[in-house]
Design a protein around this ligand. Structure first.
Ligand SMILES: [Zn+2]
Length: 76
């Protein structure tokens, strides 16, 4: 019984990888301690194909906090 989440904006859930127009399946939640407060979460969306490379990019910089299915992003 999941309707589209009310906090979802009008934007489409598209992969954040450059040039990729695939539907996002994953939400990569990250935080840059240098510019964000610790509880702040930025979100990158990723399709199955780019989940690996995008999360590796964030992980290398120690920014990656967690990866969740898009349907669960921002939720509990
Ligand atoms: Zn992609």
């Amino acid at each position: 019984m999941t309707e589209s989440a009310p906090e979802t904006g009008p934007e489409e859930l598209q992969c954040s990888a450059k040039g990729c127009r695939a539907d996002a399946v994953w939400a990569l939640r990250w935080n840059n301690p240098k510019i964000h407060t610790p509880d702040r979460r930025k979100i990158w969306l990723a399709c199955d194909e780019h989940r690996q490379s995008l999360s590796a990019f964030l992980d290398r910089r120690d920014f990656l906090r967690d990866v969740v299915p898009v349907a669960d992003r921002g939720g509990a």
